[in-house]
Design a protein around this ligand. Structure first.
Ligand SMILES: Cc1ncc(COP(=O)(O)O)c(C=O)c1O
Length: 383
């Protein structure tokens, strides 16, 4: 049996998406900038995709800027706004548990004259609103906080942050790459000015994403060229990818309630199974009901996460030790460190992340394999 439980790293592409991508590659290969019919058809497909993606977050179509993925969206948001507002101030607020595609951009901005406050989080991964309010100065121009953490599934209080940011006229950017399709994101209701999205986390193709930019935001490009995407992201558009992202967004929106119920049930089932079958486990991050529906992070005391990952792999089960982006690098998870987890529990953490293709049978199988492997590895260690 093959059980893919690494959906926070990436997801399997839906067949509806694949069909449409193949059709675009084969027949609708025009350049959206061309003035002839083929260009017009391509431009029409771009508009449809823009509408589908904007609907996922209840934004205006014109606010969607297509990019090469979540990493580029975060780079564009942070550098693009910081540079355009440099005269207004140089202070940025973010958190210690952001994705590297935010943290490493912030490091770059610090090297270029910006001051960054990295908010602490509590043991569930949540930032404290009082800390946040206290961090705001008259130099603060930008706030970047993720909606859902990719390693432990914490849901940050973005509604409250957005209210305060709006009141103080500070641009608020949300990395919603793990949140889209999993929790409700409504830029109008929530007064969020910028949102980063990525296609491959919602069963779309890799290498395509979007940055939503409210019309009130002043932003500069970080890629220069022919002026596509309202001059904010030059380069011939990845039409097959964008169309695929559009279909994936439409399906994520249409099936939102069913999907989150399904994911939550799978998460509950796996957690309950682990608790009843395996001793000495530690849930990392928020409690089951309070976190995102698709992420479960657990430490199996006395077992190295990496060893368990490969033991599960032998039985066809794919999980992660932390985030995919950092798991190949040496060093401990900055997220698990930030929630105050002890070193040995950080070393024994496994992230299970669910997607719409997972089934209850797969979860039953995973529980039985986990029980066998964890017991074996613990016994082996004691010898
Ligand atoms: C929270 C978060 N932000 C950003 C990214 C980067 O997105 P992409 O892989 O599309 O570059 C990821 C991907 O893992 C993520 O989980």
């Amino acid at each position: 049996m093959e059980v893919y439980l690494d959906n926070s790293a990436t997801t399997r592409v839906r067949s509806e998406v694949i069909e449409k991508i193949v059709e675009v590659l084969d027949k609708q290969y025009g350049n959206p900038s061309s003035l002839h019919m083929k260009g017009y058809e391509a431009e029409k497909l771009m508009s449809e995709a823009r509408e589908n993606v904007s609907k996922l977050i209840n934004g205006d179509n014109e606010g969607i800027i297509f990019t090469s993925g979540g990493t580029e969206s975060n780079n564009l948001a942070l550098i693009g706004v910081a540079e355009s507002l440099r005269k207004k101030g140089n202070h940025i607020i973010s958190s210690k548990i952001e994705h590297p595609s935010v943290l490493n951009v912030l490091k770059h901005l610090e090297e270029n004259g910006f001051d960054v406050t990295y908010l602490d989080v509590d043991k569930t991964g949540k930032i404290d609103l009082e800390d946040f309010k206290g961090a705001i100065t008259d130099k603060t121009i930008f706030i970047s906080i993720m909606a859902v953490n990719n390693e432990i599934g914490t849901i940050e209080p973005i509604d409250e942050i957005a209210d305060i940011a709006d009141e103080k006229d500070i641009v608020f950017h949300v990395d919603a790459i793990q949140a889209a399709g999993k929790i409700n994101i409504d830029v109008k209701k929530q007064k969020i000015k910028m949102v980063s999205l990525s296609s491959h986390k919602i069963h779309g193709p890799k290498g395509v994403g979007a940055l939503y930019v409210d019309k009130s935001v002043r932003i500069r490009p970080i890629i220069f060229g022919g002026g596509q995407e309202k001059n904010l992201r030059s380069g011939t558009e990845n039409l097959p990818g964008i169309v695929g992202f559009g279909i994936a967004s439409k399906l994520a929106k249409e099936n939102f309630n069913d999907n989150i119920n399904k994911l939550m049930n799978l998460k509950r089932k796996l957690y309950q199974g682990i608790v009843s079958e395996i001793k000495d486990i530690h849930l990392n991050g928020p409690d089951i009901e309070g976190g995102a529906p698709h992420i479960l992070n657990i430490s199996f005391a006395g077992v190295r996460g990496e060893v368990l990952l490969h033991a599960l792999e032998e039985k066809g089960i794919y999980v992660s030790t932390g985030s995919a982006c950092s798991s190949k690098k040496k060093g401990q998870s900055h997220v698990l460190k930030a929630i105050g987890l002890k070193e040995d529990l950080i070393e024994s953490a496994i992230r299970f992340s669910f997607g719409i293709f997972n089934t209850e049978e797969e979860i039953d199988y995973t529980i039985s394999v986990l029980k066998e492997k964890v017991n074996f590895l613990r016994k082996y260690k004691r010898r």
